[in-house]
Design a protein around this ligand. Structure first.
Ligand code: SF4
Length: 211
């Protein structure tokens, strides 16, 4: 698992400063072919953070994560449980598009990791959803496959809050596009149920923060 409490070279950066730094980054070869650095979307004070794999073509062109077909499906799934994209924070394990949408290489995810760690420290989410195998590997390290571990809460201690951080691995929406069945037990059905569980946990924190 990544060290959520790590003191990175970005420890003194605020969110805008970190984003500006990433926009000039050429620490790995993914900078060679990118159009835009895709840093985040949504609310930098959100209780829920989603972490995906990396930008695709449309995301690279527009500089916004999860806006292609996968992103549209993700938005639908979120809205089905009354979670709105503007209220949550969305980021990726790597901020620059891997050529031909290949999976980011471990070295690339490692090189980009300190941006992600600092993003988490700045946003201070109570809940993180890991979308797909690459995000699972980047954050939790070697573990069960995504199909075995999805839907199970993983908890860890972080410096920024007293309660544990709750982490939910889920299928990536691009996987759901390739497995379109909504039948009980199918990946889409499972993901919808996972998201309902995330919504229930999120509602708890939303209520607590209003007390
Ligand atoms: S993927 Fe991350 S480490 Fe690589 S160039 Fe982009 S911002 Fe820098």
């Amino acid at each position: 698992m990544i060290d959520f409490n790590k003191e990175t070279e970005f420890k003194d950066f605020n969110h805008d400063g970190l984003k500006a730094h990433a926009e000039q980054c050429n620490q790995c070869e993914l900078s060679d072919e990118r159009t835009n650095v895709v840093f985040n979307s949504g609310n930098p004070n959100a209780n829920l953070m989603l972490i995906g794999e990396g930008p695709g073509q449309q995301e690279d062109e527009e500089g916004i994560p999860f806006i292609g077909r996968s992103g549209q499906l993700l938005t639908k799934i979120l809205e089905s449980v009354d979670i709105h994209r503007d209220d949550i924070y969305i980021a990726n394990t790597v901020k620059c598009r891997p050529p031909n949408n290949r999976t980011p290489r471990p070295k690339e995810m490692d090189t980009c990791q300190n941006y992600l760690i600092r993003q988490i420290q700045l946003v201070q989410p109570k809940i993180i959803c890991l979308l797909g195998a690459a995000a699972l590997k980047a954050v939790l390290g070697p573990t069960e496959s995504i199909s075995k571990i999805r839907g199970q809460w993983v908890t860890t201690q972080v410096n920024y809050m007293d309660d544990d951080l709750y982490i939910m691995p889920m299928f990536h929406p691009s996987y759901l596009l390739r497995h379109a069945s909504k039948e009980k037990g199918a990946p889409k059905w499972l993901t919808w149920n996972d998201m309902k569980e995330v919504k229930a946990a999120l509602s708890f924190y939303d209520i607590m923060s209003k007390q």
